[in-house]
Design a protein around this ligand. Sequence first.
Ligand code: BV8
Ligand code: ZN
Length: 253
Amino acid sequence: MEFSKEFIDRLSTAKSVVFFTGAGISAESGISTFRGKDGIWNKLRPEELANFNAFMKNPNMVWEWYQYRRKIINESLPNPGHYAIAQFEKYVEKVAVVTQNVDNLHGRAGSKTIYELHGNIERNFCIKCNTFYNSADYHFADEAPKCDKCGGLVRPDVVWFGEMLPQEVFAEAEKTAEWSDICFVVGTSAVVYPAAYIPINARKNGSYIVEINIESTELTSLADYSIFGKSGEILPLILDEVKENYRTRINPA
Ligand code: BV8
Ligand code: ZN
């Protein structure tokens, strides 16, 4: 694959790179996306299950959906896209991942600086006393569990529609993206806010926006450069460019 000269030039001088990721980066790990042409939740809108009212109305149904997703995530492995991002840290001064995903695959691939905007499916907490529970503790729970301490309902530690994002995490992520030289937008439909403000504000602040997606999105018209293809195939090729540049810098002869 041939990348544009402008992109390669930007890549060779970038000191700070941010990866803003969505469900598409985990698609090649076997985890379904929410939207887009292959999204299996096209019939079941995530907005209808991922919200507090749905949980209060039918905790077992929402819990069952999360247990189903956890099972798939537990059986999945990071793919070459996650690993390529983690490898960037060896060659670029400052690298951060800002993810909307709750699947922890960036962490499992070895990325160190990760801002999880929408929480992490591996954790739960009690809606009454806020006690945290590890999802592994509820491996076999078919129904929404009750808190050991107070009997309150235990829910996944993810951000549902209508809920605030973790404010400190969001602020740090926004700042990092705004100061980045390149902001890669990978595998996201970029329709969920306030997360989608991250690349928008990064661009306003002068970051070079590179989108990687199998199809065009809400963000395509704003991106400086769009690469259409699977992230698990494109990201390793970009990493190769970075490695090559690093090698010639260290050893110019
Ligand atoms: C809030 C966690 C306020 C749980 C999720 C402004 C304008 C309009 C609406 C709003 C607005 N501000 C707020 C809203 C409302 C709402 C919102 O954005 N609604 C949208 C849908 C209209 N936002 C909220 O409610 C947020 N909270 O605003 O709070 C507030 C203020 C004060 C006080 C109290 C409250 C909270 C939103 C959080 C929702 N949580 N998930 C869980 O996972 O169960 S959302 C869900 O969508 C996902 O989990 C994910 O995190 C998020 C984004 O989806 P994507 O990751 O982009 O995935 P998607 O499937 O859409 O796209 C996949 C892409 O990958 C596609 O483009 C596809 O082409 C591509 N792809 C596929 N395969 C590949 C690929 N690309 C590359 N390679 C491949 N192989
Ligand atoms: Zn409790």
